[in-house]
Design a protein around this ligand. Sequence first.
Ligand code: AGP
Length: 612
Amino acid sequence: MCGIVGALRKNANVVDFLTDGLARLEYRGYDSAGIAVHNGDEIKRVRRVGRVQNMAQAAHAKNLTGHIGIGHTRWATHGGVTEPNAHPHISGGLISVVHNGIIENFEAERERLQALGYEFNSQTDTEVIAHSIHHEYSQNGGDLYRAVQTASLRFHGAYAIAVICADDPNHMVVARMGCPLLVAFGDDETFIASDVSAVIAFTRKVAYLEDGDIALLSASGIETLLDKQGNVANRNTKISELSLASLELGGHSHFMQKEIYEQPKAVADTAEIFLDGGFVPENFGETARQIFSQINSIKILACGTSYYAALTGKYWLESIAKIRCDVEIASEYRYRDVISDENELIITISQSGETLDTMEALKYAQAQGHKHSLSICNVMESALPRSSSLAIYTRAGAEIGVASTKAFTTQLVILFGLAVTLGHLRGHVSDEQLTNYAEELRLLPGSIQHALNLEPQLSAWAKDFATKPSALFLGRGIHYPIALEGALKLKELTYIHAEAYPAGELKHGPLALVDENMPVVVIAPNDNLLDKVKANMQEVGARGGELFVLTDLDSDFTETDGVHIIRTPRHIGVLSPIVHTIAVQLLSYHVALVRGTDVDKPRNLAKSVTVE
Ligand code: AGP
């Protein structure tokens, strides 16, 4: 969603950094962009609806230069997609602000500030921040840091903000509460960003701010940093390991295509955690052995694709580790009465680690008395792992395409590794079985590679889907969540309505939808449910529905009129859902190409959903 960048550079213009940084945050999803730069005399601003590139061209045309500046990509929440609503916002020609998050009490604050004589030029909650800081600044005799401190006491909600002031071309104040913000250090230059990908072309030295931190920055670094309690604080500087190559297309047409093709490596890298380190609790954190031996059930909280990973993981956790596992959509869990259980492990799954609903669901679970939590996450140092007692990172690398691909398959590897680890610890997995599971994991990247070779066949299918208004995805057992993921991918990427059902549920309603205009994708691996799935396919065939069957090399299907078949590699047993995922990803990708939709940035969607 929204992205923040900022820079203070002693010897260089900040505009190139600001526009480059915002371009690197484009993947998060946005609808307008802007920068504000102090040119030594005053703050100049450029904002545009649409792409960062348009805004960057306008900034260059206006000859914007300066040694200090802030920038923002906005994903509309309060107020439409208009230039006046785009950030940065300026109050009284003096205070300029960029903001991520939501100020929940902005209406009351707006009324208060209007009564003080402030005029509002936008419909945003952010303008409240700018005016509020302006007001405090004029009251306290021109101390920007103190103005931000006092004003922020009034803000309810989540925010990361960066503030510059026309009176001071050498300092910036940043504050964080609930939304990520980092400070990065170069030689005589300091940068800020909501996401490390914005800065690594310039420096890898980063420090992550914590909730409640307010920092005064100059080109030399952090001059003052006070924490939530107002105490002087230090935040460790780390060297980011994110590779620049992962942020570039590297010959691929889209990030999604690149990320689909990175899966053999991403899965192998993630599997290495267990293949090199063993299926031991310590992979999940220093205290994991002690926590794992206390728990008697698991609840997984997640959203979207991560939720489907959780649904898949439930099968492994219950069948391999023999531990009860419930899975809930985070945005539902956080608003219902729950029964607390201090022996239940709360697991959150998130690519970004900053999905607000998942974060709030975790906080809610903790407030209800859940003691133990584990975060499965892709982004280092993000909010969820930092708020959990245990954490394990997928090794997918940066995922830029809004539609999640390699994050999902690597989450599945971790969930499988967790199931085997718990199974062994709880005495349900013998040493011999452990060796077999390790072998299955070792062979997985090869099977994924085979599935990738199916791209030409899936691309041929795509033409049949591209003109259809809807599609149905069916699966049974552990492949039902993969049908759900297939339907979500098709919706996101192609805007075709798609639904997924457990195949056995067809006759209880969705069969009414089936006619010759409804392509039905069936995930039909050669497992113990194959005969059941075949029976469900008969039900579709008898109603004139066209079947697109994803099955394994060794299953006994024959292609007939109205039954199209693509065979993934030989059935690989318990890890089969991961291989079938590749096929549904490629199918959606190719339908999107035929329909000409924006593959990497589907309309209305954002990579990290940091609002409710
Ligand atoms: C997946 O393709 C989606 N873009 C979306 O459902 C995503 O998985 C969801 O928003 C959760 O994100 P997270 O994994 O970063 O928490």
